[in-house]
Design a protein. Sequence first.
Length: 360
Amino acid sequence: MVTISLCMIVKNEEGVLARCLDTVKDIVDEINIVDTGSTDRTVEIAKQYTDRVFYFEWIGNFAAARNESFKYATKDYILYLDADDVLLEDDQRKLKELKETLDPSVDSVSMYYDAGTDEFGNVTLRYRRNRLVKREKNFIWKGDCHQYLEVYGNIINSDISITHKKIKHSVGRNLNIYQNKIDRGETFSARDYFYYGNELRENGHYEKAIEAYDHNISMKEGWIEDKVYACINKADCYRYLGDTENEIKSLFQSFEFSKVPRAETCSRIGYCYQRKREYNHAIFWYNLATQAVPQSEKWSFSYPAYYTWYPHLQMCVCYYNLGNFEKSYYHNEEAAKYRPKDQRILHNRNLLQSKLGLEK
């Protein structure tokens, strides 16, 4: 059986660190925690779980801090987590099984990162990450802000999920890292422009975000999946700015890179037409979204709502406005399979049952 070193970087995480460690402490063989300048009880809490607590001065570079944490690992494999990550009970079981059965020739195991969940436990954002890596390979983290682990060799994909349970958001922190990068006169890669655009968008700087996304799209280099979402995210910016024409153009632009329509795009196109009260056009695109199937092996972002309940709920609204209450009711019940206690769906059910004479 292989052994595992947990490596973490933390700063002011007293509210979540114990929650994270409680879900993994009985699985890993070693816990290494690198503190980057906490002023709360983070270090005190860390020492309740391990005596391997180290210190690293924060230099505005996440990759440097993560690489520092990896230096302290002594076991066969390294598992990394953020303080606001957890392993749910089923995933704890899967990780234990993986540890007992993993072929030592494997260099890396990818796992899902469930970066968001709704109030009903449905995953709202998922993507893959190389999460368990062989220590002797000395894989290196790269990137100031949205860093990535440069991995190669024998990589296998698992169905284990790491669940992100954020309770706070560091507004502007990542944006400041990119601004410092600009101030230093550093050249942005296509990846930099994509994630810089995301930070600008999330902080409400929509015009600047569009410029960053366009830089990413125009560059020959860069991951094709980033370009797909650069188009989609650019469309969101145009929507926030009230520019429906460029919103739709950006969504169709994503097809140049994805080659086939994705639910994330189809649902947005449907919403464009729905806002224009072109309900039949909207239904066409929403229905197409429900027919798309997310690829379990895909590494890029996936938003399951756009494949499941969301287009059905929107078709419920569209069909209602067209006066087709039977189809409206059908799609509302399809949405209910994923969100049975959603107040909107419960309201729709009561209204439509009344319209159809189905009151119980």
